[in-house]
Design a protein around this ligand. Structure first.
Ligand code: HEC
Ligand code: HEC
Ligand code: HEC
Ligand code: HEC
Ligand code: HEC
Ligand code: HEC
Length: 467
């Protein structure tokens, strides 16, 4: 078949296609307008803060340790006015320093504090009004922002999270073009029939389009391409999960340990400078301090009780439980320890039972920390090489862990991310480790090169990173 439709009267084809184009453009415009109602940059920034600072205790839509934060702004605007200051101003202060708000006698805040069994919320003096606005913007609209965290291009830039609904646009375009092709095909067929009829030629019987072999082949082909595309896409994203911040079995907090108390990262992750893997510390390391530190400011004894239970330690006597200790004895000791969180008149029995059950469940078992960073098996990554030889700071790859209540994956861990850094980062040839690179030393001296990057020493060769 030749595409003789070009010979068809031009104006009719043109007016049909411009009509369709108009249709596509107006749909696209509509979809853009629907997206515009959310300020994606603000939403993303708010979400990041929410996840790193608030999510250990709050969800947007459900009650957890603290109330659901969706519409908290409205609640404070409605009921938060006090001592001549607006609810909004008090809300900023609440987030930065809730204890001063409670001390001021603020009625709404004090009621809430009672309602939540005097659970203490952390202080966030570092957050600006703008940060806080962002957090509540996210909480109020948590279900409205773009779901995709970012699109990474192998070898390209760091992830770009775009406000532009590229996917929607592409789909509309593909559907639109398909429709155009289909209509043009029909038009062309009718024209051919008309032309043939006017010339008095005999015609083959009309084939309905659902029986048309060419069309069926085309549809099957399109389906195969679509499936291959989506499968490859999800396979590539598998195991790559930027911002992943799972809830851990013990609410261990980096902001408290590495931030407030400035404990060196390698006190716990000693593997990072010596071996391929950076280890998660064993409970024995925790016990170096927690034999003495028996309560925290955030959760009191609730989380530390799990440490004791996991290692079968009795905090009341300072000894380990005997092998044959009965469940009742263990529970009684843990309860006595946990009771110290309450004034004798105000025991929240329900909370106490839940806390005891959660701790006892972990008794004498290894703690099952949920792994956050995880490269696929075909990639070789070595911490010591980066931390020791390369002198790359933990924070360059992991973000400001010392400010996180809950660890979230900071970098995309994509191939493009690794390679970008290798292209840009200079290696320090003064380091004895690099004495082998005689040639580079000479080139640097003679001025042939002004710097040597990780790429120059082979850091973008496939077999360096792939088994
Ligand atoms: C360690 C747990 C914890 C963390 C972390 C935490 N909160 Fe809270 N929050 C609470 C608790 C518990 C309450 C209930 C009041 C109380 O007991 O102090 C609360 C109450 C609130 C309220 C009042 C809600 C209402 O219904 O009026 C707001 C607003 C709030 N938190 C915001 C935040 C923000 C924003 C963050 C993060 C920057 C945050 N919280 C982090 C525990 C926490
Ligand atoms: C007191 C011990 C301790 C200190 C100090 C500490 N960490 Fe951790 N770290 C842990 C524990 C326990 C976990 C596992 C639980 C979690 O993810 O919060 C962990 C998890 C992590 C993870 C996520 C591991 C994964 O599953 O992918 C990273 C990354 C990390 N720490 C980096 C750091 C950095 C960087 C510092 C210094 C700024 C630091 N840590 C300081 C104990 C510690
Ligand atoms: C070098 C000392 C040290 C080590 C090691 C250490 N901690 Fe802590 N931890 C502290 C101190 C100090 C506090 C009290 C923080 C505060 O002021 O509330 C604390 C508090 C806590 C809290 C309570 C937080 C709160 O306020 O509710 C938990 C849970 C906790 N640590 C878990 C762990 C775990 C799990 C480990 C081992 C992976 C560990 N810690 C290792 C010093 C340490
Ligand atoms: C060049 C980037 C980079 C630097 C620098 C870096 N890490 Fe990592 N880290 C990673 C990657 C990538 C993974 C995932 C490794 C895997 O899945 O095999 C990871 C994983 C981890 C884990 C989880 C356990 C593991 O090894 O899989 C911990 C804990 C950790 N890093 C802590 C640290 C600490 C502490 C430092 C600083 C002393 C540090 N990292 C420096 C990139 C880095
Ligand atoms: C923040 C920068 C940075 C990032 C991100 C980074 N690297 Fe590197 N990498 C370096 C530096 C600096 C060196 C040089 C240290 C050395 O000489 O071994 C290096 C060296 C290496 C080497 C040894 C190269 C050679 O020729 O000896 C391998 C393999 C490697 N990186 C793998 C990875 C992988 C896999 C990732 C991603 C998961 C990654 N790196 C991410 C900075 C980075
Ligand atoms: C600096 C380290 C590094 C180098 C050099 C490198 N890769 Fe990768 N590659 C990675 C990482 C990390 C991943 C995993 C990305 C992920 O999980 O999305 C990966 C994934 C892949 C994948 C799986 C598809 C995907 O995106 O997950 C293929 C195929 C691949 N690399 C091929 C190559 C080839 C071919 C070369 C040489 C031209 C090469 N890589 C060089 C780090 C590297």
């Amino acid at each position: 078949m030749t595409f003789s439709w070009l010979q068809a009267p031009k104006h009719s084809v043109r007016s049909i296609s411009s009509l369709i184009l108009l249709l596509i453009l107006s749909t696209f415009h509509l979809s853009l307008q629907a997206q515009e109602s959310i300020d994606q940059a603000k939403w993303d920034a708010g979400k990041a803060l929410f996840k790193s600072q608030c999510q250990s205790c709050h969800l947007p839509d459900k009650k957890m340790t603290g109330p659901a934060l969706q519409n908290a702004t409205l609640r404070w605007e409605a009921d938060g006015e006090h001592q001549g200051k607006s609810g909004k101003e008090w809300l900023y202060e609440w987030v930065r320093n809730n204890s001063s708000v409670l001390e001021s006698g603020h009625p709404y805040a004090n009621n809430l504090y009672q309602e939540y069994g005097k659970s203490v919320m952390s202080l966030f003096p570092q957050l600006s009004n703008e940060d806080i606005d962002g957090i509540f913007y996210y909480a109020n609209n948590y279900d409205k922002g773009a779901k995709a965290v970012g699109v990474t291009v192998p070898g390209g830039d760091a992830p770009v999270s775009s406000t532009f609904p590229m996917k929607t646009f592409l789909w509309i375009l593909i559907l639109g073009l398909g429709l155009v092709a289909f209509i043009l095909y029909r038009v062309f067929n009718s024209l051919k029939r008309l032309a043939a009829a006017s010339e008095g030629k005999a015609l083959p019987p009309a084939v309905p389009f659902w029986k048309n072999k060419k069309l069926i082949t085309l549809v099957v082909l399109a389906a195969v391409v679509f499936l291959a595309y989506t499968t490859a896409g999800s396979a590539m994203a598998l195991g790559r999960q930027q911002s992943y911040a799972p809830t851990q079995p013990i609410q261990y907090n980096h902001q408290v340990h590495a931030g407030k108390y400035q404990i060196d990262c390698q006190y716990c992750h000693s593997g990072a400078s010596e071996s391929k893997h950076s280890n998660i510390p064993s409970i024995n390391v925790c016990m170096n301090c927690h034999k003495n530190v028996q309560a925290g400011q955030i959760n009191g004894r609730k989380e530390i009780a799990k440490i004791y239970s996991a290692i079968a330690y009795n905090p009341n006597s300072g000894t380990y439980f005997a092998e044959d200790a009965s469940d009742e004895d263990i529970k009684a000791e843990l309860t006595a320890y946990l009771m110290q969180d309450y004034e004798s008149s105000a025991v929240n029995q329900e909370e106490l039972d839940a806390t005891l059950a959660a701790a006892f469940e972990m008794y004498d078992k290894p703690v099952e920390w949920v792994r956050i960073h995880n490269l696929p098996d075909h990639v070789y990554f070595n911490h010591a090489q980066h931390v020791n030889a390369g002198k790359v700071e933990c924070q360059t790859c992991h973000g400001n862990i010392q400010e996180m209540d809950v660890v979230a994956q900071h970098s995309p861990l994509s191939m493009g991310w690794c390679i970008n850094c290798h292209r840009q980062t200079e290696v320090d040839l003064g380091n004895n480790y690099y004495q082998v690179y005689e040639k580079f030393h000479e080139d640097l001296k003679s001025g042939k090169m002004d710097k040597v990057t990780v790429e120059d020493i082979g850091g973008t060769e496939c077999q360096k990173c792939h088994y």
